[in-house]
Design a protein around this ligand. Sequence first.
Ligand code: FES
Ligand code: FES
Length: 178
Amino acid sequence: MSNEKDCSMYTEHVESGKRKVTIQLKVNGHQVVRDIDPTMSLLHFLRDDQKLFGTKEACGEGECGACTVIMNGKAVTSCIVLAVEADGAEIKTVEGLAKNGKLSILQEEFIAEDALQCGFCTPGFLMSSRALLDHNPNPSDEEIIEVLSGNLCRCTGYIPILRAVKTAAERERKELGR
Ligand code: FES
Ligand code: FES
């Protein structure tokens, strides 16, 4: 039995005594409609509901950047965004970077520059970098460093990551005409 109430952005109802909201969003280009717990974070929605395990959880407090995804063109730390806030949004996760089984230029350059070791932080770095290059195809070192300052890595060091983003930007401009 459900007790429905329309909100401005999403539909709220009660199912078996539990509050649920219905959200609609696009995830990596696919339309998704789900009934969820209104307190669920976007991070847990992506991992637990959508089974997109590329988005990582570390601090859970918006401090490390491991959970970064792109929401409506902007990099966000998904652990501190509620899934209901993504109602109507377009979300891109690290799984959305490769096309037809081929890694993106950005991913290729992270590999070529040895910009990862354990890889736990890498999806977050990739998504922060992707959002940067989407808005600024030719960023300066300072701009890259500034944007990536919210992403923490315990093992690689930041120089190879900076190199990877710079060479990816160069290749994208040359190969994709950006
Ligand atoms: S897990 Fe989200 S910022 Fe650290
Ligand atoms: S590569 Fe291990 S935390 Fe960054």
